[in-house]
Design a protein around this ligand. Structure first.
Ligand SMILES: Nc1ncnc2c1ncn2[C@@H]1O[C@H](COP(=O)(O)OP(=O)(O)OP(=O)(O)O)[C@@H](O)[C@H]1O
Ligand SMILES: C=C(C)CCOP(=O)(O)O
Length: 251
C-alpha cells in the first residue's frame, strides 16, 4: 500500500494565485497511470497539496494550522480553492483511466483542542477494496476551540500511512529532494537536528511550514518515506528510492 503526495508547489505555479501547472500535473498523472497499468502500486492513495490554491486564500484570512476562523465565507473561500484544484487533479487522472475519486477532509476530519488530528479512514479502506484510487487534499478541518484550521497534505499523508499501515510513502515536490547548503540532494535524513540548519520554509506563500514541516512530519513516521521531484514519481511507484529518504526518528 502506497501513499503518494503530489506537492502543491509541483503541480501549480505557486507564485500566481490559483494557477495550475497543467504540464506538470499531466506528467504526474502519466506516471501514476503507467504505474497502475504496469501492476506497480496496487493499492494507492493520493494526497495533493495546495500550492497556489489554498495557501494564498488561507494567508489572506489569517488562517494557519493553529490560527482558525469561524467565518463561513472564509471557509468557503479556502476549502473552495482546494476543491477546485482537486477537480483538476481528478480530471487529469480520469482522462488517463485512473479510477480516481475525491475525499474532502473538511467533511470527515477534525482536530481536538490540543490540535491533534483525527482522520477517519474506514471509507478509504472500502474505496481501495472496491478498486478506487482515493484522492485527498490539504484542506481546512473543524478544530475544537479554534473554528476551522488548515490541515496540510503532509499531515494527512502521515495519518493515512499510520492508519492504513502503508508500506511506502512518497512526497513529490518542486525540488529533487532535501538540499544541503551546497544544493546537493541529501540521501538520507535520520534526525531533525542534523539538517535543521538547511531546512527552510517554502519560497512562496505557504501556511504549513515548507520543507522543515515536511521533514519533521515524516521523521515521526515508521513507514519508509522519500521526498523527490516530479521526474521521480514513476521510479518511486516502481519501487525505487529516489531523492531523500527519511528514516524513523525513535524518541
Ligand atoms: N533544504 C531544502 N531543500 C529543499 N527545499 C527546501 C529546503 N528548504 C526550504 N525549501 C523549500 O521548500 C519547498 C518545498 O516545500 P513546499 O511546502 O512548497 O512543498 P510542496 O509540498 O510541494 O507544496 P505544498 O505545501 O503547496 O503542497 C521548496 O520549493 C523550497 O522552496
Ligand atoms: C492551505 C491549505 C488549505 C492546504 C495546504 O496543504 P499543503 O499544501 O499540503 O500544505
Amino acid at each position: 500500500m502506497i501513499v503518494l503526495k503530489l506537492g502543491g508547489s509541483a503541480i501549480t505555479d505557486k507564485e500566481r494565485p490559483e494557477t495550475l501547472d497543467g504540464d506538470a500535473l499531466g506528467r504526474a498523472a502519466d506516471a501514476i497511470s503507467a504505474a497502475l497499468d504496469g501492476g506497480d502500486a496496487e493499492d494507492l492513495v493520493i494526497v495533493h497539496g495546495g500550492g497556489s490554491f489554498g495557501h494564498h486564500n488561507a494567508s489572506e484570512h489569517g488562517v494557519t494550522t493553529a490560527a482558525g476562523t469561524r467565518d463561513a465565507e472564509a471557509v468557503a473561500d479556502i476549502h473552495g480553492a482546494m476543491k477546485t484544484l482537486n477537480q483538476f487533479v481528478l480530471q487529469r487522472l480520469l482522462e488517463r483511466d485512473v479510477n480516481a475519486v475525491p475525499v474532502h477532509p473538511f467533511s470527515t476530519a477534525r482536530r481536538d483542542a490540543d490540535g491533534a488530528l483525527a482522520l477517519p479512514t474506514g471509507q478509504i479502506e472500502t474505496m481501495l477494496a472496491e478498486g478506487f484510487v482515493p484522492v485527498l487534499h490539504g484542506d481546512l478541518v473543524a478544530h475544537a476551540g479554534a473554528g476551522a484550521t488548515v490541515v496540510s497534505g503532509d499531515e494527512l499523508v502521515a495519518a493515512l500511512a499510520r492508519d492504513l499501515e502503508a508500506d511506502r510513502v512518497g512526497l513529490c515536490s518542486t525540488v529533487p529532494g532535501v538540499l544541503d547548503d551546497e544544493d546537493a540532494v541529501i540521501d538520507c535524513i535520520t534526525s531533525f537536528e542534523d539538517v535543521e540548519a538547511v531546512l527552510g520554509a517554502s519560497d512562496a506563500t505557504d501556511v504549513t511550514g515548507g520543507m522543515a514541516g515536511k521533514v519533521r512530519t515524516l521523521l515521526d513516521l515508521e513507514a519508509p518515506a522519500s521526498i523527490f521531484g516530479l521526474e521521480d514519481v514513476e521510479p518511486f511507484l516502481a519501487g525505487e528510492e529516489p531523492g531523500t529518504k527519511i528514516e524513523f526518528e525513535a524518541s
